[in-house]
Design a protein around this ligand. Structure first.
Ligand code: HEC
Length: 158
């Protein structure tokens, strides 16, 4: 493989599957790290959000669906979003506050809290105990707020 140029690999890939790499061109190449972390949190929000609607009774309680969302949340939470916060990525279109890069250990601890509670939420949601699932949903929500209060602005900073 070492002697094959990227161009010839691209041509080979194009010929073999009939798809060209520009299919991925929608990814903002000037801000890939911001896109990575915002995509991560969009998945987190779009999983946790409807679970909240169910907890509030805005949509009908459906134990299997709640558990499926909880499983997705736990899976998404385990993705290594850390690389989306690499040094220098505090710029661009972002709601991430500079405090993240000033307090990396505290930010990492808050991320760990979230992952631990999301994993526990998946267990509780699959336990068949609705009140335990709702209690753990609230516990998990507290870890979102704990991080957002310090590290996420409501609007875009730049
Ligand atoms: C460890 C810190 C941390 C935790 C925990 C966390 N968030 Fe965030 N969240 C952020 C930061 C920072 C951003 C801003 C990212 C950016 O704009 O670059 C963000 C952005 C978001 C966004 C906007 C995503 C987008 O489309 O740009 C949503 C929605 C969101 N978070 C929901 C949640 C929910 C729901 C939870 C808990 C279930 C959660 N977050 C837990 C730090 C956190």
């Amino acid at each position: 493989m070492r002697n094959i140029s990227p161009q010839s690999m691209l041509i080979a890939a194009t010929l073999s599957v009939g798809i060209t790499i520009p299919a991925f061109a929608h990814i903002e190449r000037s801000e890939p790290l911001q896109s990575l972390r915002q995509s991560f949190f969009a998945l987190v929000g779009m999983t946790f959000g409807p679970m909240g609607d169910m907890v509030k009774g805005e949509i009908e309680w459906d134990e299997a669906q709640f558990a499926a969302w909880a499983d997705d949340l736990a899976a998404v939470s385990s993705v290594s979003v850390e690389r989306g916060f690499a040094p220098g990525s505090d710029k661009g279109k972002t709601r991430a506050k500079p405090a993240i890069w000033e307090n990396p250990e505290d930010f990492a601890a808050k991320l760990a809290d979230f992952r631990r509670e999301a994993a526990a939420l998946s267990v509780a949601a699959n336990s068949g105990d609705k009140s335990a699932a709702i209690a753990q949903f609230k516990q998990t929500g507290g870890t979102c707020k704990a991080c957002h209060d310090n590290y996420k602005s409501r609007g875009y900073l730049y």
